[in-house]
Design a protein around this ligand. Sequence first.
Ligand SMILES: Nc1nc2c(ncn2[C@@H]2O[C@H](COP(=O)(O)OP(=O)(O)OP(=O)(O)O)[C@@H](O)[C@H]2O)c(=O)[nH]1
Ligand SMILES: [Mg+2]
Length: 421
Amino acid sequence: MAGGSARYVRYILISFFVVAVFYFVSHSSPDVLPLRPAAPGAGVVAPGKPTTKDSSSNSGSSDADNHSADLDPALYPMPMSAADEGWNSLSGIAPGPRMNATFVTLARNSDIWEIARSIRQIEDRFNRRYNYDWVFLNDKPFDATFKKVTSSLVSGKTHYGEIPKEHWSFPDFIDQEKAKKVREDMKQRKIIYGDSVSYRHMCRFESGFFFRQPLMMNYDYYWRVEPSVELFCDVHYDPFRFMKENGKKYSFVLSLYEYVETIPTLWDSVKKFMTNHPEHIAEGNSMGFLSDDGGETYNHCHFWSNFEVGDLNWLRSQAYTDFFESLDKDGGFFYERWGDAPVHSIAAGLLLKKEEVHFFNDIAYYHVPFTHCPTGEKLRTELRCHCNPKDNFDWKGYSCTSRYFDINGLSKPEGWENQSD
Ligand SMILES: Nc1nc2c(ncn2[C@@H]2O[C@H](COP(=O)(O)OP(=O)(O)OP(=O)(O)O)[C@@H](O)[C@H]2O)c(=O)[nH]1
Ligand SMILES: [Mg+2]
């Protein structure tokens, strides 16, 4: 009988222990038990997975798909500065929701080793903790090597899309002879990429079509990545989530003046658009970034579009669509050599409110030949940067970032004066 009672006591103790463990697990805060990532689109729209003929996905990380899509962002504050909790938690998968977002790269098969370098850096500094997808686009089919190498490097899913002919060719209304003469002339004048047809298709595609590709229709935000770029500091929070939660639609890290020879009539075309579509011009826009005389002339300032984190729904909006179509009809992608950087920048400057354009000071970046290395030694140490502060382009004479600060009434970071020559 005594043995029987002891058994009951043992059963009661074990049951109590099991209940206690269950209670502890189900009530633990994210800091105690690391949560797995939510599905892309958490708290937003769950992306349908693409099924186009030329898309495929790696099986490397489908973890993200196994988790709840409804994590409440309020329960997962992002560490925005070193004083915030979680700033130093850079190992493992980041807790909290994911946005409906993707990296996007336009590339040729021959770009494989250069894009591999870019991916490795983005993964090491950010995406290994977030596992966002990556969409690759090409005017030709991607080959097996490209797919194998990139899918092995990206921690999220990879998708590969072939661009339709109509998005990578001369529109009917372009006079081929006239366009050819322009290329010959630009070649003689040694204008960079001035004689290239494919570079012009690339600029037009990035200006008007990348965000409308079937693979991109599944997402709300994008981060553009080019071959051979570098990321010099850790990214301690989710830039996609920052964009969404702060109502940002376009962002940049470097800005500069465009080569005048490539865009002689771009501003005339923009003025025509402004006259025909006053309804699309935002109140409180960034005209002061683009023009020094209230819109009469263009000062050639633009955000450098090889880095962009942006809102795809803005690019797919009626305002941006009308803007692109109006410019496209004027023919400057072929009769001159309009770049997607001034086109995106002028759109962001005129169609968005000032506050909707963001400068990511804490994302340190290089694309030949310019570097954005955050100003301020304390910040660089907190971000574990490996860029040389002397290389920072932000405050040099040929950068427009100072102007962006001025029109937005922002105070420049401490130490900027020492980097201005
Ligand atoms: N599929 C494809 N991608 C291209 C082509 N030309 C350029 N790209 C891609 O378009 C993007 C921009 O081209 P880049 O050659 O880097 O142009 P850029 O940045 O103005 O000039 P660089 O100083 O040479 O980097 C890159 O992601 C390229 O990989 C092309 O003909 N086909
Ligand atoms: Mg490039």
